[in-house]
Design a protein around this ligand. Sequence first.
Ligand code: ADP
Ligand code: MG
Length: 253
Amino acid sequence: MTQKQFILTLEGVNKTFDGFKAINDLNLYMDEGELRVIIGPNGAGKSTMLDIITGRTRPDKGKVEFGKDTDLTKLNEYQINRLGIGRKFQTPSVYIEHTVFENVWLSLEGSRTVWSTLFSRITSAQRERIHEVLKTIGLVDKAQTKAGSLAHGQKQWLEIGMLLAQNPKLLLVDEPAAGMTDEETAKTGELLMSLAGKHSIIVIEHDMVFVRQIARKVTVLHQGNVLCEGTVDEVQADERVIEVYLGRKKKAA
Ligand code: ADP
Ligand code: MG
């Protein structure tokens, strides 16, 4: 039997900050094309896990592998990004003085600096690719709008589009629904679901309505370790999850 091929493997990963174990013997396996949702109380180690995957933080020990045999612990942030791992932080970082179209243009694979890009001639292939990205994120009619005047949700979608322009294999998205209206949240869910399959995606989220909308498999992190994994219904019914979120044990009758 051939061994199953994961796009991402974390095994026995540990990270201590000043004696505090932020990540504690963490194991996580992701299938290619999977949309995985990670939940867990504040301080559970969710963002630190993303920092480790993207090379921002080095683990003390453990295996962090991308695909079959790329050891991410040996690479820096830039190299990891070039491999096709894109991360979206909570606060959008778009070029507010540039149009939506230009923002995506600036993010295309191979694009260099703002100056060299915007003063070079755009190719028809680039134009098509940008249009495709704008269609995916639902901002075609905002192409010529300055990014600074977009609504909060639209800025977040633009930033996802800027990641998509680099055609990442793995997308890491930290709390995309934070600060969004219900309608924006639902649209974000649809967008992420439409990207799954073509990309592997890790979404960290608190909003359980949103989690329920998008999740197939949920991983619950607690004290730097996987507490449980399963469907939304399974993890919400799990005694250990109820205990860490609500801080209580069900009393024996
Ligand atoms: P989450 O994203 O699940 O809320 P974090 O990964 O941000 O949790 O943090 C996990 C723990 O690690 C927290 O107690 C946090 O204070 C600590 N931590 C994270 N990054 C650092 C750092 N660079 N230096 C010191 N402590 C850190
Ligand atoms: Mg966090």
